[in-house]
Each structure stands twice: as C-alpha cells, then as structure tokens.
Design a protein around this ligand. Structure first.
Ligand code: SF4
Length: 408
C-alpha cells in the first residue's frame, strides 16, 4: 500500500503525516490490518528496538474526587464499588512501588485522585518521592496529581520527580461532553507547566468514549504539538456505576488501528498501552507490542490487570524484551533534549497515564481479572466483537490501600 510506505518513510524521518493519512489508518479494513501493524512496527523498531518499558502504578489516594470526568470510577457520584482511601504514607507507597520494581518495572507512577494538589499535598508527595528514590536506586518516578498551580511542578521536580502525567483524553471539540468541572485548556496548561519545569511530560488519550475518527486524530495531533515524551493510550473501561458504562464500542482490531495511528503521528515517543489493554485487546495484546513500546505491569488504579507474570511471559513469547534499568528509553535526540526517560537523570516520560491511565486526568482504568497466569482473562467463548465484556472487568481489591499483596 502506498499509504503505508509513505507513513513508514515519514515515521523514520519524524515527519508529521497529513490528517488524511492518519484518518486512512483508522479506516483500513481487517484484510489490511496485519500490513498496518507491520508498517507501524517498522517505525517502532527503528526508534525503540524490541524493548518494552514496564511501568507500575501506585494509587496514592483513591476515589472521592469532586470532579465529574464521565469515564472515571473515582468521579463525583460514581457508583462503582471501588476501593476508597486517603493518602498512603511514604513508606506504604514505597513498599507498593518496590513490588512493581521487583516485578521488572523501571518507572513508578504515583497517582492521586482529585482536581489537583494543594501545596500540602505537594509536600506529602515530595516526601513520598524522596522515600521511594532513597529506597530504590535508579527508579524513575512520575507524578500524576491533577491540575498544577504555580510553582508546584518545580517543587515536584526538586523533590526528584522525573516526569508528570496529565492526559488530554479527548479532542478539544468533545472535551465538554466528557467533563464539565474543568476544561481542555486547563489540561493543556498543566502539561505545559510540567514541561517548563523540566519534568518529562506524559500526556495521552482515552479511546472508546463515543468519539469519531476525526476526534481521535485531533487529540493525537494536539499531543504531537505539546510534544510529550510519552503518550499513554487508554481504552475505555466502561465501569458500571459511571455515565459511560454502556460505551462498549471497541474491538481488538480497532485498538490496533488506533495504536498504529498514534505511532505514525508520534513516531519517536514512548507510546504506552494503558488501561483497557486486557479488556479490549484481549488475545491480540502481543500484536500490540509491535506498535507500543511501553505497558503497565500488574494492576491499574481501580481495576485489576493481567497477572504480572503473564505480562512478562507475553513479552518474551512475542519476541520482545523488558527494558532494563540502565537502558535509556527515548531515542538519543529526545533524551538529549532533556526529555523523558533517559534524560533528567533518567527520567521518565510516561506517567501514569493510568488513571486509567490517564492521569488524573483520567483515572480510568482497566484490567481484567486476575486469572493467574493467564493472559487475557475471560472465559466466554465466541462473544462478538464490540459486545460488552463486563466479565473481564474486576475491581481492584489488592495492593495499595489494602492488606493484600499487590499484583506485579
Ligand atoms: S479523572 Fe481524575 S479528576 Fe477526573 S474524576 Fe477521575 S480522579 Fe477526578
């Protein structure tokens, strides 16, 4: 296909595709899908080889948020039966982080629900960052605390944070349909504050909220303009008890096309498969590693993920390798610019993105149950693509905020 040859050439040169080309990727047929994956895979391997970066979420404060993000199980009025707790203590957070690092993660994403931190919250998280860094040499830390106000990004940077996550989530045109308590411009402002403070910016999206192809392309082009070092791609987990509970409209093929489009538009950026990986990609997860170079290990903020061991086996079986602590994530030109992982003394770039990944922005999250060892959870045989898969969504009941061991 001429389209794919053009997109590969542009991706290798870091040249922006046209909007028509990005839309054409989303419009490809199932017959063309493997060719699309192979083409975007060339771009992925050019910039990131066969490495997969593992990130680990620690939910510092869960639920009870005053904001009304429709996708979020922690939102105001959410009826989702999630864990609710206030700030973890620095030692508790460090213990949770250590489990993820022992499982192979190199970045820890510290996420808290809420509109944004108070200055006292920033003190609290700064203490947690210092504790984690003292107790885990070489770890990258990303904070994800919502909208930042004056001086907060700088204080987090001084405390040792490498990155800050705040997702755009969806296009500017549809943002008001998803959230009314803050604006798209507020989100852009926070990403810019993080950038300006020398933090590696992480900002991504949530697909599957009823948006059009044009909306998806809009948000990805806006992200390219903001130039984050990492872009988490969340696939909506339609939580029971949230306004988007009925939005089951993704298929594994659609998820692959979206990831390919993001890779073509943001070729040299850490593209992370975030919340919803197990629920929506299901048995196609290994194929998605040809597009993204980063995933979350273990559980998400409010839902369970595939067993950490199954993630590691999947990566090895698919012929990829877990990125080591000493390896720089980003390509040289980006790392040298002070960007993400691999830059600020080794930073990060990713971020939670997981508030489902999406940072607070999006604490949505996904995950399937825990089915040990397994890959994709789920038992149901022959459920048509795009049908509700509530059987794959399990609320997190272990790890941070509980007495049970985390999944890593
Ligand atoms: S995404 Fe963040 S700000 Fe929005 S409701 Fe969830 S926790 Fe609150």
């Amino acid at each position: 296909m001429d389209l794919l040859n053009t997109l590969v050439d542009k991706g290798l040169r870091r040249e922006l595709p046209t909007r028509e080309e990005a839309l054409a990727v989303l419009a490809t047929t199932d017959d063309e899908l493997l060719d699309v994956v192979a083409a975007a895979g060339k771009v992925r391997r050019h910039w990131f080889g066969r490495r997969v970066k593992l990130n680990y979420l620690v939910n510092l404060k869960s639920g009870l948020c005053p904001e009304d993000c429709s996708y979020c199980s922690q939102r105001l009025g959410s009826k989702a039966d999630i864990l609710k707790y206030t700030w973890l203590k620095p030692d508790e957070a460090s213990q949770a982080a250590a489990a993820g690092l022992a499982g192979g993660a190199k970045r820890v994403c510290l996420v808290a629900s809420g509109r944004g931190p108070t200055d006292r919250d920033v003190d609290r998280v700064s203490e947690t960052i210092k504790t984690i860094k003292e107790q885990n040499e070489g770890v990258e830390v990303c904070a994800c605390l919502g909208l930042l106000s004056d001086g907060q990004a700088e204080r987090l940077r001084e405390a040792g944070a490498d990155a800050y996550n705040h997702n755009l989530n969806t296009s500017e045109g549809t943002y008001g349909d998803i959230t009314t308590t803050h604006t798209y411009a507020d989100r852009v402002d926070t990403v810019q504050r993080a950038h300006a403070a020398g933090l590696s910016a992480c900002s991504g999206l949530i697909a599957g909220m009823g948006e059009s192809d044009e909306d998806l392309v809009d948000v990805v082009y806006s992200l390219r303009e903001l130039d984050p070092d990492s872009v988490p791609v969340n696939f909506l987990i339609p939580f029971e008890g949230t306004p988007l509970a009925k939005e089951w409209n993704l298929t594994p093929q659609r998820c692959l096309r979206i990831l390919a489009m993001v890779r073509f538009v943001c070729p040299d950026v850490e593209v992370r498969i975030a919340g919803g990986r197990e629920v929506h990609l299901r048995s196609m997860q290994p194929l998605a590693l040809h597009l993204a170079n980063s995933i979350f290990l273990g559980d998400y903020l409010t839902s369970e993920g595939q067993a950490g061991k199954a993630d590691l086996e999947m990566i090895a079986d698919a012929g990829f390798e877990v990125e080591g602590a000493g390896e720089v994530t980003l390509p040289e030109h980006r790392a040298a610019a002070g960007g993400g992982c691999g830059s600020h003394t080794d930073t990060a770039g990713g971020g939670c993105g997981a508030h489902a990944s999406a940072g607070c922005g999006s604490h949505q999250d996904a995950g399937c149950g825990s089915h040990e060892g397994g890959g994709v959870c789920g038992t149901a045989a022959a459920v048509p693509a795009g049908e509700p898969r509530t059987d794959l969504v399990a609320v997190r009941r272990r790890g941070a905020g509980t007495d049970l061991a985390p999944n890593a």
